[in-house]
Design a protein around this ligand. Structure first.
Ligand SMILES: NC(=O)C1=CN([C@@H]2O[C@H](COP(=O)(O)OP(=O)(O)OC[C@H]3O[C@@H](n4cnc5c(N)ncnc54)[C@H](OP(=O)(O)O)[C@@H]3O)[C@@H](O)[C@H]2O)C=CC1
Ligand SMILES: O=C(CO)COP(=O)(O)O
Length: 323
């Protein structure tokens, strides 16, 4: 299935661990890097990542390390949260000409850049790609079928990665529209927070459908303004992930939104990419003179400057317009 000697995965969170399990099950040697040597010790002893993906037994061919120079020759997948990506790169070796594949979703708060752009800025000589689309880590690790987008500006390189990183349960579709795939993966989390808040506040399924649809319009608006293709947003990395994340209680972004709608507490240690990304997108959109009312509402909800009823009133009182 692959020409790669092996695959390295940076970040032993839920997603990095799930990807490592699936690729190794496909017969490709994988080394999973965690910065915490204690966690590496426990994962070796227990044959699983009990902290992030309990019950998912490591297959043969999956190795763990706390030394990032120990990764095999081949692509390196970066599966850390978006706002941690730049810092993670600073602590990692150069990796030469090995392809670096961003596996995170979001926009960097300090720069307005997406994950592939951050990697390209920090590692200008490396080939860069993006793996994104609708999938929960638990589904991947359980071997359930998933379809994702592998985006790479260099189509030849993208084809090799598509071939090499597809697994028995991950079917990869290829795209050269990296910006479109980045924007879709980032914005769907913002919209999932909005949908969760609506459901949590008892506004109903019709309100959720409206938010998903008008949220999709915001995704396309930002993507087109950044030079992406509209059809990318209609694919797995946009519409596909929007559909999954806005409708499933397995989504952390959605559950965070529900907690806002219910006025309930939410564990601050849980990764919720849409929160920082909503703020980053608001800044970006304003600098580009783009109208992003749902994103603005989500920022207000997260910052506590808006209650759900006030956000709703703001959205509903906007001037009527063509769809
Ligand atoms: N979970 C899912 O179902 C999916 C997640 N994703 C995306 O994957 C990305 C990661 O999410 P997920 O795995 O769920 O997050 P988790 O919260 O489960 O884990 C994040 C991991 O990143 C590690 N990390 C943070 N900073 C660094 C660093 N500087 N160097 C090395 N490792 C670091 C953390 O290590 P430590 O514990 O030491 O802090 C932790 O293991 C997100 O962008 C998310 O949107 C995409 C699809 C599905
Ligand atoms: O990206 C995901 C599904 O595609 C995971 O969503 P959450 O980060 O909201 O759990």
């Amino acid at each position: 299935m692959t020409d790669f000697a092996g695959v390295g995965v940076i970040g032993a969170g839920a997603f990095g661990t799930a990807l490592a399990i699936s690729v190794a099950r496909g017969g490709v040697p994988v080394t999973l890097y965690a910065r915490d040597a204690g966690l590496v010790f426990r994962m070796r002893a227990e044959g699983e990542n009990a902290a992030r993906l309990p019950g998912m037994v490591f297959p043969d061919g999956l190795h763990v390390t706390s030394d990032p120079t120990n990764l095999p020759e081949g692509p390196v997948l970066l599966a850390v949260p978006m706002q941690k990506l730049r810092g993670a790169l600073e602590g990692l070796p150069d990796f030469g000409d090995r392809p670096l594949v961003a596996c995170c979703k979001g926009i960097e708060l300090t720069t307005g850049l997406g994950p592939a752009e951050v990697i390209a800025a920090r590692r200008p000589a490396a080939p860069v790609a993006l793996l994104t689309g609708p999938s929960f880590a638990h589904d991947i690790a359980r071997g359930l079928p998933t379809a994702l987008t592998l985006a790479c500006a260099d189509d030849t390189r993208g084809a090799a990665l598509q071939q090499g990183l597809s697994t028995p349960n991950i079917r990869l579709y290829r795209s050269t529209d990296v910006i479109g795939a980045e924007v879709g993966g980032a914005l769907k989390n913002v919209m999932a927070i909005a949908c969760g808040a609506a459901i949590g506040a008892g506004l109903g399924e019709s309100a959720r459908a409206a938010l998903m649809t008008r949220g999709y319009a915001e995704m396309v608006r930002l993507a087109l303004a950044r030079g992406a293709r509209a059809e990318t947003l209609a694919g797995l990395s946009g519409f596909g992930d929007l559909a999954l994340t806005c409708t499933s209680t397995l989504s952390r972004n959605y559950r965070y939104g529900v907690s806002i709608g219910e006025n309930a507490l939410f564990d601050p240690d849980i990764t919720v990419e849409g929160a920082a990304t909503a703020r980053a997108v608001q800044v970006l959109a304003r600098s580009m003179n783009l109208d992003m009312p749902i994103t603005d509402a989500v920022v207000g909800l997260i910052d506590g400057t808006l209650k759900v009823a006030e956000a709703l009133a703001l959205l509903l009182s906007r001037p009527l317009k063509e769809e």
